[in-house]
Design a protein around this ligand. Structure first.
Ligand code: UD1
Ligand code: UDP
Length: 373
């Protein structure tokens, strides 16, 4: 009988917590085979961006919190690396698992690989082909140095093959974020958020926007807000505001425009179950979030992505996603089209988005370990 595989799972930002929830579940289902510890880097630290997900999704408390906080890319990444190096030197796990594309992902992957600890990247291979996005740099670097690459959609396998990543490292397993959605969908149906917002039985839209390319330029952000204010004349729009976006609203003159719109309602970021309930019943979602593009496809809810590109093309080819960019005229006309019921309804979800990605990863990790023994 061999000891369980010591796996150190890293998470730092909101979407990471949602991804590790189902992954850790799948590994913890086999305590004889996996001994999982969680490191929270502290990249996100607000209650509404961090703790609420651990509570609602019953993610085990992190064994370690590096408490790095916010900062420029270099400062934040460097702080995570320095702190994580000490953790790895003490713990020496057999495998580090990183998820997604945030600064915590690339920082911990770099540290682990240089200390000779193998790295598994969950949600590998996604590419927007837009290197002005910080996440694209994080994806390319993390994939280049990972030993095991777990891929959520077919485009990821093609991208990794094109970049020369050896085929034996890459595994198409499906989508852990959708595992979490499918697992908690019924619980989300019990959320009181629609009643709390006075939306029960109403038609409404949901907006989220936080990409630097959209909110850090007052001009682009102003154009987006203008389009949404237009849509909100006919349809209530609920806007849970990400902290980066809140900072920009405070710094620019956009607060007045937002407050004077009757239909556009800003609220604090929501917990997972409330947000899932809100997007599930929405007539339309407008977003620049990576994860929400996928979730709306899984839910069959029309989604307009306020970007020129996506690293998740399966949501466009096999889902409900339409890339509309940031031109206000286009956003308003595509919203009208989607609301008139003309939007596409996929017949089946993307391949392997079936709630079993975490289990597939667990099986592959076991085989990997056996081969190394
Ligand atoms: C990060 C990720 C992004 C991801 C997003 C998920 C990177 C490069 N970006 O972007 O890919 O889509 O998380 O939400 O890793 N702040 C708070 N409270 C917090 C966290 C942040 O107020 O708990 C504020 C701070 O002012 C901070 C700003 O938000 O400077 C940005 O936070 P940061 O983690 O650097 O990037 P995000 O925009 O959240
Ligand atoms: N989300 C949430 N509350 C909110 C907004 C989003 O729980 O107020 C969830 C959403 O359902 C998805 C994830 O956060 O699971 C997406 O994270 P985010 O948009 O911050 O990051 P991205 O996916 O763009 O990296």
């Amino acid at each position: 009988m061999t000891d369980p595989l010591e796996v150190l799972v890293v998470a730092g930002a909101r979407p990471n917590f949602i991804k590790i929830a189902s992954l850790v579940d799948a590994l913890d289902a086999h305590p004889d085979r996996f001994a999982v510890s969680i490191v929270h880097t502290g990249q996100h630290y607000d209650e509404t961006l961090s703790r609420v997900f651990f509570d609602e999704l019953e993610i085990p408390r992190p064994d370690i919190n590096l408490e790095v906080g916010s900062g420029s890319h270099a400062r934040q990444t460097a702080r995570i690396m320095t702190a994580f190096e000490s953790v790895l030197e003490q713990r020496r796990p057999e495998l580090v698992v990183v998820v997604g594309d945030v600064n915590s992902t690339v920082a911990c992957a770099l540290v682990a690989t240089k200390l000779g600890v193998p790295v598994a990247h969950v949600e590998a291979g996604l590419r927007s082909f837009d290197r002005t996005m910080p996440e694209e740099i994080n994806r390319v670097v993390t994939d280049a140095i990972s030993d095991l690459l777990f891929v959520s959609e077919p485009s990821g396998m093609d991208n990794l093959a094109r970049e020369g990543i050896p085929r034996e490292r890459t595994h198409f397993v499906g989508n852990v974020m959708i595992d979490t959605l499918l697992k908690h969908r019924d619980r989300a149906a019990g959320s009181s958020i629609l009643a709390d917002l006075g939306l029960a039985g109403e038609r409404y839209a949901v907006l989220t926007v936080h990409r630097p390319g959209n909110v850090d330029s007052a001009e682009t952000f102003g154009r987006l807000v203008g389009a949404v204010v237009e849509i909100a004349r006919d349809l209530p729009v609920i806007f849970p505001v990400h902290p980066r976006t809140l900072d920009r609203i405070r710094e620019t003159g956009l607060r007045d425009g937002l407050e004077s719109s009757r239909g556009l309602r800003t609220i604090s970021p929501l917990g997972y179950l409330d947000f899932l309930a809100l997007q599930s019943a929405a007539a339309l979602v407008l977003t620049d979030s990576g994860g929400i593009q996928e979730e709306t496809t899984a839910l069959g809810v029309p989604c307009l992505t306020l970007r020129e590109n996506t690293e998740r093309p399966v949501t466009v080819t096999h889902g409900t996603n339409v890339l509309v960019g940031t031109d206000p005229g286009r956003i308003v006309s595509e919203a009208t089209r989607a609301l008139s019921g003309e939007s596409k309804r996929p017949e089946s979800p993307p391949q392997l988005w079936d709630g079993k990605a975490g289990h597939r990863i667990a099986t592959i990790l076991e085989q990997w370990r056996t081969r190394r023994a």
